[in-house]
Design a protein around this ligand. Structure first.
Ligand code: PHE
Length: 344
């Protein structure tokens, strides 16, 4: 029965006339499409007794090859004829244009540019430095004791170890601070955005690659009050005028005194939610007065000059500002995530 149908189909295919594009399309639908005769015949195979299946399968396969060959040949012939006669599909100017998808700036770029804009308007310029750094600029000059845990392998990616002058991927942008102070005398008033690297397991809250912006102001009579006013200004510009700010005493080898800065949680207005872990506060950056040892290491007179420094993670600021819950989204290049920032 099925074998009989296969034979009549073979004849029908052989006789089918394929001279116009319409006939070609009709043929394709009738024989080669998913709902076509050949698919049906393949489907009928399962109802056959097992011993007949192999032979029938061969017959249908040949049939399919026959149909495909005939289709291709006719298609090529038609195309050749069309090219020869110079005919192409008429241009329909009334058709709507194909939509262009516009690119968008990455949320890290948006956040970085916003931070730069805020500080530029109060007189900070932007400085840059190397991502591959030596131990001296990344640690020693910043007053890290020789056995400080941050130097250990668990945090730092070492590129090369050659005696005392280890080459590493910078763990913070503070190396630019050192390079600036080595190269120029105060007044220095700069921010330093850039990529930093830490040997950490990748999770929703940590990554081995992230971005920081560090700020440095060194001049005569720079005080902690200047630091506070500068950061108040930044926080209010970034998160809104009503944002509360608090300084918590902290420790960094390169600043003394040191503080960490929290802002009031703008998701719950300080009432307590799971983002601020029911404290009402969100930590956003570290800061302090530049340690005199650091100034001295860079050839700046610590009696005449004082300075403040601060450093923040751009991812952290972006996550708070745009309510992003997982750090990994920044590096996954998922267009559905990135597209959301096109209108920001
Ligand atoms: N460098 C510090 C860090 O990466 C941040 C910081 C910068 C703190 C400047 C104080 C002053 O954690």
């Amino acid at each position: 029965m099925s074998l009989e149908k296969a034979r009549t189909t073979a004849e029908a295919i052989a006789q089918y006339s394929l001279e116009t594009p319409e006939q070609l399309e009709q043929f394709r639908l009738q024989y080669l499409s998913k709902k076509g005769v050949i698919t049906d015949l393949f489907g009928a195979m399962k109802d056959l007794p097992a011993e007949d299946r192999k032979q029938f399968g061969q017959v249908v396969n040949e049939l399919k090859e026959q149909a495909v060959a005939k289709f291709k040949q006719a298609q090529e012939a038609l195309e050749a004829a069309q090219t020869a006669s110079g005919a192409t599909a008429p241009l329909d100017l009334s058709l709507p244009v194909l939509p262009h998808s516009l690119g968008a700036q990455h949320p890290i770029t948006l956040t970085k540019n916003r931070i730069i804009e805020i500080f530029e308007r109060i007189g900070f310029n932007v400085a840059d430095g190397p991502e591959i750094e030596d131990d001296w600029h990344n640690f020693t000059a910043l007053n890290f004791p020789p056995n400080h845990p941050a130097r250990e392998m668990q945090d730092t990616f070492f590129v090369e170890r050659n005696g005392t002058n280890d080459v590493l991927l910078r763990t913070h942008t503070s190396n630019v601070q050192i390079r600036m102070m080595k190269e120029q005398q105060p007044p220095i008033r700069s921010i330093m955005p850039g990529r930093v690297y830490r040997n950490e397991a990748i999770s929703a809250r940590a990554h081995c690659l992230f971005h920081q912006v560090e700020g440095l102001y060194v001049a005569e009579n720079v005080s902690f009050a200047d630091l506070k006013q500068t950061l108040y200004h930044f926080v209010r510009e970034m998160f809104g005028q009503e944002t509360a700010v608090r300084f918590r005493p902290s420790y960094f080898p390169f600043t003394e005194p040191s503080a960490e800065v929290d802002i009031s949680c703008h998701l719950c207005q300080g009432k307590g939610c799971n983002v601020c872990k029911y404290t009402g506060w969100l930590e956003i950056l570290g800061c302090g007065m530049v340690d005199p040892n650091v100034l001295e290491a860079c050839g700046i007179d610590p009696v005449r000059y004082t300075g403040f420094a601060f450093g923040m993670g751009i991812e952290r600021i972006a996550m708070l500002k745009y309510r992003i819950k997982d750090l990994r989204l920044f590096t996954e290049n998922d267009a559905r995530f990135l597209r959301q920032f096109s209108g920001v």
